[in-house]
Design a protein around this ligand. Structure first.
Ligand code: ZN
Length: 354
């Protein structure tokens, strides 16, 4: 792993603080399953499926994970996804993520997947659903790891293509009623405002899906307003640029609109130059419902605990603030009320023993 992320974490965390973060029960609400494909697995799948890679080794690929902005990452991300061909590939990728998340004491994950990344390459949408769902169900049965699937539209493509994806996916809905609860919007933000997807999101709302959208990562605060007022989302993915609009900030606080913030992603994609400059602590202290998430951990140098460790160190977060971030994650999840209560009790019990 590159050491560049580590250099921006100024005060080293005490070992007790590190242990506190590691042991704290967590939820993950902003995670692209295709972004969990580690170079080792990517190479293994390329070999299994006889896909040629433009990198000679795992090390050479990892060295290419130096991004200047969102687009430079997306180019590599879509190239990496090309090794995913079979149901077993999607299963293996998802199972590897769950194992990693469980090691970080993640109890519940709501996972984005982008069918268009795969259907564009001729992969059947049913294969994508089946592989991911099989791993999630196995984790639920074997380990009590709960999860949800959020099917996301690629915003650099057209609304018509999003509608076509929805049409292709809907016949599968009854097979995945236990998992497929949400619709999201991701990929290149700039130049692709939320308004572009107004009709398809309206249709998804009618169909009873939970709605979320990436907004205010690289895009302006107006995109966050568009996601709220036009797409009618229940969470904002990223949303760090909300700080530029004081009125919007007040609204987000009043509505307790969750923001799924991804600190290491913001650092790697140069949304911030140094973790010490990240506004997560300011947003949290202003009263926003901020959560911590890992986005595309294989590409951004860290899973859930790495993200917590990075902000705790660079922004001098207190234990109470870390607990609040975890609480926000539980509240912002799409879990049924009794599951939320169960997880909240677990978190408060953990807090009481510290
Ligand atoms: Zn994301």
């Amino acid at each position: 792993m590159s050491s560049s992320a580590a250099t921006s974490v100024s005060p080293p965390l005490s070992s007790t603080m590190q242990a506190f973060i590691a042991a704290m029960p967590k939820t993950e609400l902003h995670l692209h399953i295709e972004g969990t494909l580690e170079p080792e697995l990517l190479f293994a799948l390329a070999q299994r499926n006889q896909v040629a890679l433009p990198y000679s080794s795992v090390e050479a690929l990892r060295a290419a994970y130096a991004f200047s902005d969102l687009q430079s990452f997306l180019d590599l991300y879509y190239a990496g996804a090309n090794v995913l061909r079979t149901e077993q590939d999607f299963f293996d990728m998802t199972a590897a993520y769950i194992e990693r998340a469980r090691a970080d004491n993640v109890r519940h994950a709501e996972i984005f997947f982008d069918p268009q990344t795969h259907t564009e390459r001729g992969i059947d949408i049913g294969i994508v659903f089946a592989g991911i769902a099989r791993a999630l169900r196995a984790a639920r049965e074997q380990h009590g790891f709960s999860s949800a699937m959020i099917m996301s539209f690629l915003r650099h493509l057209s609304e018509e293509e999003a509608f076509a994806t929805l049409e292709a996916a809907l016949p599968l809905r009854s097979h995945y009623a236990d998992l497929w609860h949400g619709i999201g919007l991701d990929s290149a933000e700039r130049g692709n405002p939320p308004e572009k997807f107004e009709r398809v999101f309206a249709r998804c709302k009618e169909l009873g899906f939970h709605l979320v959208a990436h907004a205010g990562e690289e895009g302006p605060p107006a995109y966050i307003l568009g996601a709220l007022d036009v797409l009618k989302v229940e969470r904002i993915d990223h949303g760090v640029r909300s700080e530029e609009d004081p009125q919007l900030m007040q609204r987000l606080i009043q509505q307790q609109m969750p923001l799924t913030v991804c600190p290491l992603s913001n650092l790697k994609l140069c949304v911030v130059d140094e973790m010490a400059q990240h506004n997560l602590a300011r947003l949290l202290r202003a009263g926003l419902a901020v959560t911590v998430n890992s986005d595309d951990p294989a590409y951004f140098g860290g899973y859930m605990n790495d993200n917590y460790l990075a902000v705790a160190g660079a922004l001098a977060l207190t234990r109470d603030e870390l607990l609040q971030l975890a609480r926000n994650g539980i509240n912002a999840s799409f879990l049924p009320a009794d599951d939320k209560t169960r997880l909240s009790n677990e978190l408060e019990q953990f807090a009481a023993t510290q």
